[in-house]
Design a binder for this molecule. Structure first.
Ligand code: IPM
Ligand code: MG
Length: 364
């Protein structure tokens, strides 16, 4: 098949990990005889530096004309001035909103050979397989922020019934293809938005009598995620709670560098990005003493697994997606590790070397 893929590397380790993901997609195209075209565009701090805007109109336009978007990361201390008019993060937030990508899927799976890479006990982690469905275009991220002088600042959190309904449907449908369980996470004992959320999810649940529904308050969910992570199948939650819980959940897998995500809107179009940020402290040009002759040290697997999700959800190439995921699992089983998941007795590799290993494995 033919596909147009917009590539937005962004800042920090974004370009390093996205280069590996593109390399893997090119290998997939070659092996399975597809024609993928890749077009790069500016976003985030890189776009602020070049044109003064974290999401230039041409970038948004390119995304609209593409079948899918592969996104790296944005942000860094260079653009951290709280008084600055433009912030890199506005790049990704405006993209999500501008493209209507309301459903963010963040799967968390523990590779058996990485059980000891997590600081958590292996017997708690074995068999963890969950997916967080994060509402991505509403809630407190898209309220009306107001700064009142230097003494007061206000953010507002809004959810509508329609917004909750559509994300709940995504969660229940996903659960049907999995273990038939949805955990809805809110703060209904305090927030009005959460009470609307809970009531609406209960109503949507009536359409899915075959799916078990539980409600958890977000503080309890944060605890249970570490105490009994295996019990979760699909977790559905609002924008900010989903942001926080998925960073926590990444430690189940062993590292932030392992978790991919897909941002969807109901058709096949999607934006795919690792859940990790730009990690300026380990970005190659800034820390040559860390990366030495091996190339950069960032883990490209989250970006590569995001490319697998792109193949699955936007291009409907299930066999190809599975091949990429299988290649990642195989390379980990062979004992190769980037620095974030390094272990005694395992072979440590850099960003590019890890990408090369995955590339080699595909089609094998
Ligand atoms: C994420 C990130 C973003 C978010 C930032 C960069 C705006 O943390 O994708 O999880 O908060 O959504
Ligand atoms: Mg986050």
């Amino acid at each position: 098949m033919r596909a147009r893929i917009a590539v937005l590397p962004g800042d920090g380790i974004g370009p390093e990990v996205i280069a590996e993901a593109v390399k893997v997609l090119k290998r997939v195209a070659q092996t399975y005889e597809h024609e993928f075209t890749f077009q790069e565009a500016l976003v985030g701090g890189a776009a602020i530096d070049a044109v003064g805007d974290p999401l230039p109109a041409e970038t948004l336009q390119l995304c609209r004309e593409s079948d899918a978007v592969l996104f790296g990361a944005v942000g860094g201390p260079r653009w951290g001035d709280p008084r600055a008019a433009a912030r890199p993060e506005q790049g990704i937030l405006s993209l999500r909103q501008g493209l209507g990508l309301f459903a963010n899927l963040r799967p968390v799976k523990v590779h058996p050979d990485l059980l000891t890479a997590s600081p958590l006990k292996p017997d708690i982690l074995a068999g963890v397989d969950l997916v967080v469905v994060r509402e991505l275009t509403g809630g407190i991220y898209f309220g009306q922020p107001r700064v009142e002088g230097s003494e007061r600042a206000v953010d507002t959190m809004v959810y509508t019934r329609a917004e909750v309904e559509r994300i709940a449907h995504v969660a229940f449908r996903l659960a049907r293809g999995r273990r038939h369980k949805v955990t809805s996470v809110d703060k209904a004992n305090v927030l009005a938005c959460s009470r609307l959320w809970r009531h609406t999810v209960d109503q949507v649940a009536r359409n899915y009598p075959d799916v078990e529904l539980e409600h958890l308050l977000v503080d309890a969910a944060a605890m249970h995620l570490l105490r009994r992570p295996r019990d979760f199948d699909v977790i559905v939650t609002g924008n900010m709670f989903g942001d926080i819980l998925t960073d926590e959940a990444s430690m189940l897998a062993g590292s932030m560098g392992l978790l991919p995500s897909a941002s969807l809107r109901g058709d096949t179009f999607g934006l795919y990005e690792p859940i990790h940020g730009s990690a300026p402290d380990i970005a190659a040009p800034r820390s040559p003493q860390l990366w030495g002759d091996r190339g950069a040290i960032a883990n490209p697997l989250a970006a590569i697994l995001s490319a697998a999700m792109l193949l699955r959800y936007s291009l409907r190439l299930e066999a190809e997606a599975t091949a990429v995921e299988g290649a990642v699992a195989a390379v980990l089983s062979q004992g190769y590790r980037t620095r974030d998941i390094a272990e005694e007795g395992k072979q440590q590799v850099g960003t590019r070397e890890m990408g090369d290993l995955i590339e080699l494995e595909i089609g094998n």
